[in-house]
Design a protein around this ligand. Sequence first.
Ligand SMILES: *Cc1c(COP(=O)(O)O)cnc(C)c1O
Length: 362
Amino acid sequence: MQKAFAEIDLKALSHNLKIARQKTGNKNILAVVKANAYGHGAVEISKHLVKQGVSYLGTAFKSEAIELRESGINTSILVFFDRENIDEYFKYNLTPLVFDLSTARKLSKEAVRRKRRIAIHIKIDTGMGRLGFTIDKALTEIPKIACLKNIELEGLMSHFSDADLEDKGFMALQLKRFLSLKKEFQQKKFGFKYHHIANSAAVLSMKDAHLNMVRPGIMLYGYGLSKGDNLRPVLSLKSGILLLKKVPVGTPISYGRTFITKRKSIIATIPVGYADGYSRRISNNGEVIINGKKAPVVGRVCMDTIMADVTDIPGVNMDSGVILIGSQGRVKITAQDIAERAGTIPYEVLTSIGQRVTRVYK
Ligand SMILES: *Cc1c(COP(=O)(O)O)cnc(C)c1O
């Protein structure tokens, strides 16, 4: 019996990076590896991306960036959401994303104390409504930051609020706001080296937003806007079978007895559950692949196990492998499929894959 493991296809990762490069005409890539590289394993994924020459990595918090530094990665890392213990930015040579004046001042003070400079990126709120200087504030506050000692304005960035892009109207407005600010600062001769606003959705479908750096996340892991994006899922979630049993008609399966067999059945118990990121919301609504065929998940998803009705799977035995996410022959289940059934998005499905799931790289 093999417990659940995630197989990470580094060739697929290279392929997806290549698509990002093709789409942008080789703009600088800031590869987003936050949340354990969307569940894929931040250290291995980052090392592979660095080998492929990405210019920058992006994490949400310093702790994630420090993990990468401690594994020997020296590439620049932009930290999106962290203004605690700013001395760590110096100690680990990380780039803070700054969205308020007081943090900029603290960084300047610490840089002066250490007799060195620190590169920062500044975030503009063009409509996301989360973090960043609004356009009005940017015009008054950023010149103040520019005057602070030992601060290097390396990047100016913003973030789109519409990730799926059905209607590009609001993205276009956000971009317009950002570009007008960029122009304003260029006229004032603030030398930002990088300007960036494009997430995966914009990399794939909004050329004007590519500027001189892009920040793809989800597309690197194989999920884009449509099939036409030609991306390849990087992660497969697999498992062995813990037990196969024949049960009579009328047998209740799992907590709450929400499924009762309507025929003589063969039920497989599979050692993966919601603690591994296999959402409880797909109770009685999931599917797994065994021997190239789909079998329904029956009963509630438990913390550590699920049950599948494998009565119709030819040749199933205790050595049969189970694919929860991935493909076998022409049969496939993607994180997108699971997300639809669970009422969420592939980002959540991937980042929920738990610590008990070993990542295997190939
Ligand atoms: C997560 C994140 C991204 C990547 O977004 P995707 O939709 O995964 O491409 C880019 N920029 C910032 C600031 C982020 O937080």
